[in-house]
Design a protein around this ligand. Structure first.
Ligand code: SF4
Ligand code: SF4
Length: 193
C-alpha cells in the first residue's frame, strides 16, 4: 500500500494576518448598517416584535425546555425507567429512583414513579433526545426559550416544578386502554403433540 503525502500550502502573510476574513465580515456589517440607516428591514426579523417588550411568537414544532407532563387524570406519567437520564448528551437529567422501600405510582398500570427528577437547565441543550426515548410519553420539549434565574441552584428544576410547568397532556392516553386491550387480546391455543 502506497502513501501519498500531500503538501500543505502555506498561508501568505496577508492570510495569516486574518485581514481578508475581518474585511469580509466588516463588509457584511456595513451593508446591513446602510440598509437599516435607509429604513429598510435589517437582518433582524423585526416582524416578530421587539423582544423582550413584545415576546417572540414561537413557531410550531419549536423545541424549547423539556418538562414532565401528567396524564389525562393528572397523574405522573414518568415511571423512573431512567432511559432519558442515560441518553441525555450533557448529563442534564438526574433521577432518584424510588429505591427498595419504593414509593408507589400514583396511577394504575404503573409500577413506580421517581422519588426525585431534576433537570439542570444550564446544561440542557434542548436536543429532544429525552422526549424521543421516553417509553411513557412523560417528557416533552415545550415552547419555553427564556429561562432565567439568579443562581445556578435556581436553574436546576425539580420534579414538582417540572410537573407544574409541563401540565396535563390530555391527548396522550397511552395506558388508558392498555388493560382493556390486553384483556381482549386473542388467546392463542397451545398446541400439544
Ligand atoms: S433536551 Fe436533550 S439535553 Fe435537555 S434534558 Fe433532554 S436529552 Fe438532555
Ligand atoms: S421521563 Fe420517560 S424516559 Fe425519563 S425516566 Fe421517566 S419514563 Fe423513563
Amino acid at each position: 500500500m502506497s502513501t501519498k503525502v500531500v503538501d500543505r500550502t502555506p498561508l501568505t502573510f496577508y492570510e495569516r494576518s486574518y485581514l481578508p476574513a475581518i474585511l469580509s465580515g466588516l463588509k457584511v456589517t456595513a451593508r446591513h448598517f446602510l440598509r437599516s440607516a435607509k429604513g429598510h428591514n435589517t437582518a433582524t426579523d423585526l416582524s416578530q416584535g421587539y423582544y423582550p417588550e413584545v415576546p417572540w411568537t414561537v413557531a410550531e414544532g419549536y423545541r424549547g425546555a423539556p418538562y414532565l407532563v401528567r396524564d389525562q387524570e393528572g397523574h405522573t406519567k414518568c415511571v423512573s425507567c431512567q432511559l432519558c437520564e442515560f441518553i441525555c448528551p450533557p448529563k442534564a437529567i438526574k433521577i432518584t429512583p424510588p429505591g427498595p422501600e419504593g414509593i408507589p405510582s400514583d396511577r394504575a398500570n404503573a409500577e413506580k414513579m421517581p422519588r426525585e427528577f431534576e433537570i439542570n437547565m444550564l446544561r440542557c441543550i434542548f436536543c429532544g433526545m429525552c422526549q424521543e426515548v421516553c417509553p411513557e410519553e412523560a417528557i416533552f420539549l415545550q415552547k419555553d426559550y427564556s429561562l432565567t434565574g439568579t443562581s445556578r441552584e435556581e436553574m436546576i428544576y425539580n420534579k414538582e416544578k417540572l410537573l407544574s410547568l409541563g401540565g396535563t397532556h390530555a391527548g396522550i392516553q397511552k395506558w388508558k386502554h392498555k388493560l382493556e386491550s390486553a384483556q381482549h387480546q386473542e388467546v392463542f391455543p397451545v398446541k400439544t403433540h
